[in-house]
Design a binder for this molecule. Structure first.
Ligand code: SAM
Length: 273
């Protein structure tokens, strides 16, 4: 179905949507780029999608064109009339919730497995991703995450041991998910352009390492990366059972946290119990 929509720049002008820095508003207008982002999760025909921060609806249009049923949460009430027009153009496909995504459980809203696709507001993007990745239940209710981040955050999510970017975010994202950079996005693609480059990260869940508790992994990595320059024998002192776990797993006490692979972190967490 081809739906004829006005150019996004006209929508912004007609509804007076000047970008708010406080709300992390950097809009995308290039519809080809938006269609490419919407294609990252694979076919969305008939799929449920949760979008945070639709703004004037650029990415939302692309998701609707791809045949998705979209639930979108937007904090800026000024965007609601533009989104209502989009809802009319794609009858039955779009539901908009005015609210704060930090306070919303998408599964409660959708009630079925869903994909999350979002050009995230930078000020809350990491907190949202940590919430989606850190749930106790696994596999999660989401089927995939397709998220635009500042390039530096994207690099931390997909980073490997031994690199400066490797830390808690990489471990959280990779111990039970596959995470990759799907598309670098130049700052000039946004209006207004942010100071830094961006990238879309694609994340899909995989089997969690058996016998590993999220809370234990968090305690270990929190203690170790909280004192990144220290050897594990020093930084892990505060975690009960951690020094014994180092011995049992054969991980040398004089190593530093960024050298420990995700499999090794999981082995330690399993041992700590
Ligand atoms: N999706 C649009 C696009 O790609 O052009 C806009 C993306 S813009 C980077 C981020 C959007 O998130 C803005 O529309 C902003 O108002 C909204 N936003 C900011 N904080 C939010 C929050 N806590 N909950 C829901 N939406 C939020």
């Amino acid at each position: 179905m081809t739906v004829s929509l006005p150019p996004l720049r006209d929508v912004i002008a007609r509804h007076g949507l000047s970008a708010s820095k406080a709300l992390g508003q950097n809009f995308l207008f290039d519809e080809k780029l938006l269609d490419r982002i919407a294609a990252i999760p694979g076919s969305l025909a008939g799929e449920h999608v949760y979008e945070v921060g639709p703004g004037p609806g650029g990415l939302t249009r692309a998701l609707l064109r791809a045949g998705a049923h979209v639930v979108a949460v937007e904090r800026d009430h000024r965007c609601l009339p533009a989104l209502a027009e989009l809802s009319e153009a794609f009858p039955g496909q779009l539901r908009v919730i005015e609210g704060d995504a930090l306070k919303i459980d998408p599964f409660t809203e959708i009630g079925a497995p869903f994909h999350i696709v979002s050009n995230l507001p930078y000020n809350v993007g990491t907190a949202l991703a940590v919430g989606w990745l850190g749930g106790n239940a696994w596999p999660p209710t989401w089927k995939s995450l397709t998220l635009m981040f500042q390039r530096e955050v994207a690099d931390r999510i997909v980073s490997s041991p031994g690199t400066g970017a490797y830390g808690r975010l990489a471990i959280l994202a990779q111990w039970r998910s596959n995470a990759s950079i799907a598309m670098p996005v130049h700052r000039s693609a946004f209006t207004p352009p942010p100071k830094v480059m961006s990238a879309v990260v694609h994340i899909t869940p995989k089997d969690a390492a058996s016998g590993v508790k999220m809370s234990v992994l968090e305690n270990l990595t929190g203690a170790a990366f909280g004192q990144r320059r220290k050897m594990l024998r020093q930084s892990l002192k505060s975690v009960p059972g951690a020094l014994e776990a180092l011995q049992k797993t054969g991980i040398a006490e004089d190593r530093r946290p960024e050298t420990i692979s995700i499999a090794e972190w999981c082995a330690l967490a399993r041992e700590v119990g």
